[in-house]
Each structure stands twice: as structure tokens, then as C-alpha cells.
Design a protein around this ligand. Structure first.
Ligand code: ATP
Length: 328
């Protein structure tokens, strides 16, 4: 078993609330165990540009409540090339780093796995940090709960104005490949319909559903459209519906980047702390090429390969089933 002495931690891809509590847990758990810790700025970009600094207990003071990530994050194309990986490896070696904690989503894990196969002397543990909730091996990813709550708060406000004016609102939420936020926010806010990338919704069915609602004396309607819905985007869907549903004045709102921001929820602070703590302990135990994740309220390890297996990831069947029933 390879004994580690110095860990680097980075956040990569889209930022997610809860990354900071996780960084804090990584740093303090490592120091508690006598390990050195280096923070890498801007994810893989920082590895390639040698932008890293030694962290101590106080480097992570007062960050539990902060959204975003104190280490900054980036999307870094050069890391996909062999040349970028070689440079990253050389910089890690120069700093005497023998283990890496990567906090990010599926792209981050794909990069981490490729890197670790190429350079197995650097142990790698992944932490699922993405608002998309689209990784196998963790019921929840870091940031998903906060983002969903942010969406719910925004939709509740839109519902107030929709109700006052008898309006039909189409609201686009994040999720290019995953309808997880749309589904939960839709159920939480009583949306009349939810359009998801995982499930094709025929526009004719949607129109029928909305006409039924209007004849049932609904004074407002909310339709949530995940970014990745296959009907051509929220404006196209709204336009197609407006032609057929005359009773309502239709408005479109795109929630956009506000969904990523904000102070992490209690759930994400605890999850970030648990995952960061577990990531360092996994490295100390000699693990590599694994992801730490939440399963049945336990923190367990999954291979990065399995974590990336999207085909296995499914939205909860009962949630999908109840959407139409609860919104009649
Ligand atoms: P989110 O789910 O929030 O979008 P993510 O981790 O999936 O987060 P990406 O932008 O897809 O975000 O990936 C983050 C970074 O991981 C990329 O900018 C790139 O540096 C690295 N990466 C992605 N795919 C690969 C790959 N095939 N090989 C090497 N590195 C990769």
C-alpha cells in the first residue's frame, strides 16, 4: 500500500454550493492526520499553470457559509490533451504531492480517471460536486439540495405573480442532461407540468393538460422545462402552447446562473463535510480511482468508472409517477 504524505485538493467544472465545506473538511482532516495539503486554484488549469499554495487550518476559516469555491474553478481544455496531463504531473511531482482530491462532476471524474491510469503513483479520490445530481454511487451530489431550494424559492415568487394575473409561466431550470432539479422543484412547487431530458413529453399532451387545468378553474399555471428537454427549448415550447391556449397570458423566465449561487443549505454543508472527511480517510487507507458518495445515509466508495455510468442513473420512479396525479 502506497503511504501518502501530501494531498492536493481542487474544484473543477461548474461550481456548486457545498464545495467550500468540503474543502474545509479535506484540509482539516489531512492536517489532523499529519499530512500536508496544497490547494490548487481553478481546477486542472491550476495543475497545468502551477498555481497552487500550501494550506493550513486557518486557510479554511469562515468559509462554511460561502457559495462558490474559494479555490475557484475552471473548464480546462488542455487537460484533455496528453501534453497538459504531462505538465500537470510534473508540477505535482515538483511539489512532492502524492494524492489528489478532485471535487466536481462527470467531466472532472473522466479527467481524473484518465490521469490516474496514466500516472498511478498519484492516488485520486473524487467527490461528487455538481448541482446536476447525475452520478451513480451517490444518491445526492454536493450542491443539488441548495440549487433545488434556490429554484423553489424563485418559483414560489413567480407563482405569486402568475396567480395575481391569471398567467401561465414557462420556467427554464438548469439540467442539460439531468432533470433532477426540474423534477424535485416541480413537485415542491406544484408545477402543472415538468419537461425533462429523460422523458419525452408530447406538446399536444401538454396543451391538453393545460386546457384541462384552465377548465378546472386554475388561476395560474407553472410549467418547468429543464434545459435539456428535447422539444427545442423553453421559448419554442411556450410559442407552440400560446397558439393553442388562448385563456392564459404566457410568460417565460430563465432562472440561469442564480441557481448555482447562494449559501449552502444545512444538507450540503453536512454532505460536503462528510465527503471531504471520507475522501482523505480513503486516501490514507490506500484507495485510489474511487468516488466517495452518499448511499442510504452511509458514505461509501464507488469506482470512478461506475460513478460515470450514466445509463445506470435514473430519476426516482415514484416521483415521475406522481407528477401528473398531484397537479390535477
Ligand atoms: P458539471 O457537472 O458541474 O458541469 P463537470 O466536472 O462535469 O461539472 P466539465 O466542464 O464537464 O465539468 O469538466 C471539468 C473539466 O474536467 C474539464 O474542463 C476538463 O479539464 C476535464 N475533463 C473533462 N473531460 C475530460 C477528458 N475526457 N479527459 C481529460 N479531462 C477532462
Amino acid at each position: 500500500m502506497q503511504k501518502i504524505s501530501k494531498i492536493a485538493v481542487l474544484t473543477s467544472g461548474g461550481d456548486a454550493p457545498g464545495m467550500n465545506p468540503c474543502i474545509r473538511a479535506v484540509v482539516r482532516t489531512a492536517i489532523y492526520n499529519g499530512l500536508k495539503v496544497v490547494g490548487v486554484r481553478q481546477g486542472y488549469k491550476g495543475l497545468i499553470e502551477n498555481d497552487m499554495y500550501e494550506m493550513d487550518k486557518r486557510s479554511v476559516s469562515n468559509i462554511l457559509n460561502l457559495g462558490g469555491t474559494i479555490l475557484k474553478t475552471a473548464r480546462c481544455l488542455p487537460f484533455k490533451e496528453d501534453e497538459g496531463m504531462v505538465t500537470a504531473y510534473q508540477h505535482l511531482k515538483e511539489h512532492g504531492i502524492d494524492a489528489l482530491v478532485v471535487i466536481g462532476g462527470d467531466g472532472t471524474f473522466t479527467g481524473a480517471l484518465r490521469f490516474s491510469k496514466k500516472y498511478p503513483d498519484i492516488a485520486v479520490i473524487g467527490v461528487p460536486g455538481t448541482i446536476d445530481n447525475d452520478l451513480c454511487g451517490s444518491t445526492y451530489t454536493l450542491g443539488f439540495d441548495t440549487a433545488t431550494n434556490t429554484v423553489i424559492e424563485a418559483i414560489d415568487k413567480i407563482r405569486d405573480t402568475a396567480d395575481a394575473h391569471d398567467r401561465l409561466f414557462f420556467i427554464e431550470v438548469m439540467g442539460r442532461d439531468s432533470g433532477a432539479i426540474a423534477l424535485r422543484a416541480g413537485i415542491s412547487c406544484g408545477a402543472e407540468a415538468i419537461l425533462l431530458p429523460e422523458k419525452q413529453t408530447a406538446i399536444d399532451d401538454l396543451i391538453r393538460n393545460l386546457k384541462d387545468g384552465s377548465s378546472n378553474k386554475k388561476s395560474s399555471s407553472i410549467v418547468i422545462v429543464a434545459e435539456g428537454d428535447k422539444n427545442g427549448g423553453v421559448y419554442d415550447v411556450a410559442k407552440a402552447v400560446q397558439k393553442e391556449v388562448k385563456d392564459y397570458d404566457i410568460k417565460v423566465t430563465i432562472l440561469g446562473h442564480l441557481q448555482r449561487g447562494g449559501s449552502p443549505s444545512s444538507f450540503d454543508r453536512i454532505l460536503g463535510s462528510r465527503l471531504g472527511y471520507a475522501a482523505v480517510n480513503a486516501l490514507i487507507a490506500g484507495e485510489t480511482q474511487k468516488m466517495v458518495g452518499l448511499q442510504a445515509n452511509h458514505i461509501l466508495l464507488t469506482s470512478l468508472e461506475e460513478a460515470l455510468n450514466h445509463h445506470e442513473f435514473k430519476l426516482e420512479a415514484d416521483l415521475l409517477e406522481m407528477v401528473d396525479i398531484l397537479s390535477i
